[in-house]
Design a protein around this ligand. Sequence first.
Ligand SMILES: [Zn+2]
Length: 294
Amino acid sequence: PSTVVRLRDMGIDAFKVASVLKGVVAQRLLRRICDACAEEVSADSLPAAMRPPARHRSTVRIRRAVGCRQCNGRGYRGRLPIFEIMPVDETVARLIDGGALPDAIGAAARKLGFRPLWDTGLERVWDGVTSIEELTRVLGGHSAEDTAPPSVGARRDAEPAAVLPAPAASGAPRILVADDDAQMRRLIRGVLQREGFEVAEAADGLDALELVERGGVDLLILDLDMPRLDGLGVLEELRAQMRTATLPVIVLTAQHGDAEEKALDLGAQDYLTKPVQTRSLTARVRAVLKRINT
Ligand SMILES: [Zn+2]
């Protein structure tokens, strides 16, 4: 299954996978369908292999994303995590250890209650909280013949707006600047680069999440007012995931108000009010980085 394939990709050898694990967890984020504009469609519109069993038909509500003003025409608002938990007992461990095919490992784990991401994801599609298009986008292609959970390599993602620079030999902290205002990003980037930081940029909340989830970001400077997913939404997503729960975040706001308080409640370390004073920007960045390094 995908989780084991991923551990192998990380260079953890099969023996270690088998000997140290009681279970393996994978997580993906799906976009939540916008309730204001979602359109109900027939279960028969799903590919045959993805239709709900007949006994579930009465409770099923398949929906399609449309787009309205409330969701900025995207058809989705907010995100929804799905999990895959693969229990590992001696039999499964032996299969992993022996280099068995993912299908065989998955079949053995299913007897222990293993449910692949596709299964849990499809249930959310049947609940109508996300769409089959979104599930397919996040997990990659899935056909009737292909019943094995896809490996992580099968995931197809849109190209991010920006790509993080490769780790610098200097080991300079890497800062991601998320703001829909290109001029603001350029200004902040210039200031921080002069101070010796590495800087990457994201033009909206979803791109920011995407880049953070790829790893290598030491600090996020986050504008609150952004399209697709606003800053508070980004903070909520970050704090909900173990891997990013403690990422330091400095919030940018246009004015004093409720939003910055909410951001601090959601675990932002600090905030800056626009227009940004370059000296206080570098001071706050240094202070936050110092706090996490001590
Ligand atoms: Zn909508």
